[in-house]
Design a protein around this ligand. Structure first.
Ligand code: NOJ
Length: 562
């Protein structure tokens, strides 16, 4: 009798454990099933015919963005700037660049986005300004002034700071007797957030509590408040891990500042969201970010692409993407790195694995529509927060042989070409002459565009909308739903994984390789299993396992109903 009761209790316990929803990390509620759309303001829509995109143009296209089914937008920088790095070289944090419009346009744009039920985050670039910024111009003067310590200067023009800063110092700028430290390009001097452990033999290294460092930090908070008050819902933070120098102990001093910022932002707007460009979630999420991109690691770079950021910068790539027909990619290398970060951070926030962005080559380099769909199916099905880079949803191609413009080195130019709206002049982006365009556009006969794909129910655009809708509505695809690898072998295809949330479960199987493959998984597909999306995939459900058969290029997203 007691034995029976115990058994019943055990069974009930098991049922109730299985029915429990996965636990959510502490991020704003609207993030759990969010899909972001990244807009590059220069090349989205030009409303005044000068060849450069602008905020009024973006407002014209918000209904399109809404029609994708996304619930949030990320804007790359639209601040005043001399544009040596396409706006990541800010010269006024409080002002929209004249070429994009006015602050009033930004306010209206935020309002129009909200009216359509979407959220908006903007790029925040705290690590450096342009050397044209008035703060830096003051700092570059020999006479001591309020801004002298807002950037990092050594005490002599001949002093390059020491070997640990090799390649980071510029000497001979302005009247100041000293060299300044850069953060990225030479024209982007590092703002002074202090040194974690100042070297006492180098008095120019200020501590994190130095009054001038605190003054700069306070000013940066003012910038955040200014844009939150204007209506934005959060920030994508450029080079977020770069702020505090000599921060060798797991970037803890840098993380401390971001925790302070999180508290500051939450007081102003509790539902605001911050995502870091840090690429090390274990540090970024401890630092209070809600999410971090995991993209500047070699195993990511070879996940979707063989043309990687490293190869474009002259470092030898391994040249094999998992999503390549050659079938030579190895997803296990990526998943190992991913799980290491995921398991350590899933109770704190999210990891984002973007398919593309303005720094990466376009995902479409010689890819077919179904190959692109499989990549998106994968990216919308893994945990975290998915981001869609403008134009990827219609399969815009990486373009080549474009002239250099505004810091578009390597493959960046070819990934920043104008959005292709229709088949009219300049693919409907601008009425300017081609030579005036901020960046060349696809002039080939096969150039894709929104208008024609909107009319076609089987176009890439139509199918991506379906995938976005799944991500936004399926409980088992929420950012926090559990993640479990079901089949993965080194250098082998397919890759199969599950997402689970309460009593809902989704299984995703992908075979990007050129060969037909099979895999056995221990998850049993029942009578009520439905394929939500996918092609060229079949299965045989056994009593203790399921055999999946995937043709070359086949993939499937299955929902296992109870
Ligand atoms: C990362 C940005 O995404 C990139 O475009 C920029 O050049 C650097 N940070 C410097 O701000």
């Amino acid at each position: 009798m007691t034995f029976k009761i115990k058994l019943l209790a055990l069974v009930l316990l098991e049922i109730s454990v299985f029915a429990q929803d996965a636990s959510k990390p502490p991020v704003p509620e609207w993030i759990h099933q969010a899909v972001f759309y990244e807009i590059y303001p220069q090349t989205f829509k030009d409303s005044d015919g000068d060849g450069i995109g602008d905020l009024k143009g973006i407002i014209e296209k918000l209904d399109y963005v809404k029609s994708l089914g996304v619930n949030a937008i990320w804007f790359n920088p639209f601040y005043e700037s001399p544009y040596r790095d396409a706006g990541y070289d800010v010269s006024d944090y409080y002002k929209v660049g004249a070429r994009y419009g006015t602050n009033a346009d930004a306010k209206r744009m935020f309002d129009e986005i909200h009216k359509r039920g979407m959220k908006v985050i903007i790029d925040f670039v705290p690590g450096h300004t342009s050397f044209d910024h008035p703060w830096f111009q003051e700092a570059a003067k020999q006479e001591k002034n309020k801004y002298s310590n807002w950037y990092i200067w050594t005490n002599a023009t001949w002093d390059n700071g020491g070997s640990e800063f090799a390649g980071k110092m510029v000497n001979g700028y302005g009247t100041r007797f000293g060299s300044y430290m850069t953060n990225f390009f030479y024209h982007q001097p590092a703002l002074n957030f202090g040194f974690a452990k100042p070297d006492t033999s180098k008095p120019w290294q200020l501590g994190t509590k130095h009054p001038d460092v605190l003054a700069l930090r306070a000013e940066m908070k003012n910038v955040l408040k200014f844009w939150l008050d204007m209506g934005c819902d959060g920030f994508r933070v450029d080079m977020a891990g770069s702020l505090v120098k000599n921060d060798n102990d797991e970037l803890k001093e840098c993380a401390k500042w971001w925790l302070e910022v999180r508290e500051f932002i939450q007081k102003i707007k509790p539902e605001a969201f911050t995502v870091a460009e840090w690429s090390y979630p274990k540090h970024a999420l401890v630092g209070g970010f809600h999410a971090d991109y995991l993209h500047w690691i070699p195993s990511y770079e070879n996940l979707f692409r063989k043309e990687t950021w490293r190869s474009l910068n002259g470092v030898s790539p391994n040249g094999n993407s998992y999503f390549d027909k050659t079938g030579k990619g190895d997803i296990s290398a990526f998943i190992k790195d991913y799980l290491d970060q995921y398991n350590a951070t899933k109770d704190k926030g999210y990891i984002s694995i973007p398919v593309g962005n303005h720094d990466l080559t376009r995902i479409n380099i010689n890819r077919t529509q179904s190959e692109l769909e499989m990549i998106f199916a994968f990216s919308f099905a893994i945990p975290g927060v998915p981001f869609v880079y403008y134009g990827d949803e219609i399969g815009m191609k990486q373009l080549y042989n474009l002239p250099y413009n505004e810091g578009c080195y390597g493959g960046r130019a070819g990934a920043r070409t104008p959005m292709q709206w229709n088949s009219s002049k300049n693919n409907g982006f601008s009425t300017a002459s081609y030579s005036k365009l901020w960046m060349g556009t696809d002039t080939s006969k096969t150039a894709v565009n929104v208008a024609s794909q909107e009319k076609n129910p089987t176009s890439l655009l139509s199918n991506i909308k379906k995938l976005i809708a799944l991500r936004r509505t399926e409980k088992a695809l929420a950012g926090y739903a559990e993640f479990e690898v079901l089949y993965m072998e080194k250098d082998t295809y397919p890759f199969v994984f599950a997402r689970k949330n309460g009593n809902e479960q989704i299984v995703v199987a992908i075979n990007p390789s050129g060969k037909d493959v099979e895999a056995e998984i221990s998850t049993i597909f029942g009578k009520k299993t439905v394929k939500l999306v996918g092609t060229d995939v079949n299965y045989v459900a056994g009593k203790s396992n399921t055999k999946l058969m995937l043709k070359s290029g086949g993939y499937g997203v299955f929902k296992l109903l109870k």
